[in-house]
Design a protein around this ligand. Structure first.
Ligand code: C2E
Ligand code: CA
Ligand code: CA
Length: 281
């Protein structure tokens, strides 16, 4: 009845946009299947820089899909699709393997202290075989777990208190590290936050954007910073783009800076070059 009322044209355009969306989804999903087979993924690495010294402490691994048909597809669009279609597990295992191999190469090149942060989607993390798979990949790639940090979003981490705590404990007992990603965008209670065993809190870009613009922006970040430091977590600020933001974050003892101000995500070769340039700061 609603379609009738709104007239022929509107019904038409509605149906067409739906068909287009369906088509895109089906097509994209098929291509995503192939992408796994054809190895169309590549990891880029965004430097994480110590706020005080300017030295590189690690890199966040960010996946890119270079499709022969579609060109460059941003993870913001294909990761959610991969999650809906159950393809995230395979992609996630590839990402983990590739990141661990990079960590091993870095160690061989003398950079044992550089950490690679790997994004783990909530679906991946909640699967029963996640820990087995992680351990297997560590063994196969001979990566030092001390060089690996798993980034788990606030939302994924806060899902089940008991299950999550024991998984995080297991990961840390194996020598790897945990960061709480996108902090501030979820709904974690202070109670959960106190109980979660993680190493690093990543303040989401949406808060960094408030610096200098919104009167209370800085104060909110300062409050997060104090809370994190009381809990003995280190803090990474994400999406830092300007010198003003950097200086402000330095003035409130933020530990680590990640963002375009220092560098966009880079292909491996450029990431290693970036690392070497900043080594003797
Ligand atoms: P994220 O984990 O929050 O990653 C940070 C995103 O912010 C990256 O986008 C990065 O390129 C971007 N970024 C970093 N600094 C700046 C800055 O200064 N300004 C701006 N405007 N953006 C900045 P990217 O690479 O497009 O990834 C988007 C999201 O896709 C990631 O958000 C993450 O949720 C997901 N993702 C990426 N790679 C993977 C992966 O390997 N596995 C999983 N499960 N998810 C991934
Ligand atoms: Ca992340
Ligand atoms: Ca993030």
């Amino acid at each position: 009845a609603a379609a009738k009322k709104s007239g022929k044209n509107r019904w038409c355009s509605f149906s067409e946009s739906m068909r287009a969306e369906l088509y895109e989804n089906v097509l994209l999903t098929a291509q995503l299947h192939n992408a796994i087979q054809n190895q169309e993924f590549i990891l880029y690495y965004q430097p994480q820089v110590e706020a005080v010294s300017g030295k590189v402490t690690g890199f966040e691994a960010l996946v890119r899909w270079i499709s022969p048909e579609l060109g460059f597809v941003s993870p913001g669009s294909f990761i959610p699709l991969a999650e809906r279609k159950g393809l995230i597990h395979e992609i996630g295992r590839w990402v983990m393997g590739e990141a661990c191999r990079f960590a091993s190469r870095l160690a061989i090149a003398g950079h044992k202290d550089i950490r690679i942060a790997v994004n783990v989607s909530g679906q991946q993390f909640s699967r029963d075989d996640f820990l087995d798979s992680f351990q297997r990949i560590l063994q196969e790639t001979a990566a030092d777990p001390d060089q690996i940090e798993l980034e788990i979003t606030e939302t994924a981490m806060m899902k089940s208190l008991e299950g999550t705590i024991s998984k995080l404990d297991f990961i840390r007992n194996n020598g790897a590290h945990i960061s709480l990603d996108d902090f501030g965008t979820g709904y974690s209670s202070l109670n959960y936050l106190l109980k979660m065993p993680f190493d690093t809190l990543k303040i989401d870009k949406s808060f960094i954007d408030m610096i200098g613009l919104e009167a209370k922006g800085g104060l909110i970040i300062e409050a997060i910073m104090s809370l994190a430091h009381v809990l003995e977590k280190s803090v990474i600020a994400e999406g830092v783009e300007t010198r003003d933001q950097l200086q402000y974050l330095q003035s409130i003892q933020c530990d680590t800076i990640q963002g375009y101000y220092y560098s966009k995500p880079l292909p491996e070769k450029d990431a290693v070059e970036f690392l070497q340039h900043r080594k003797d700061l």
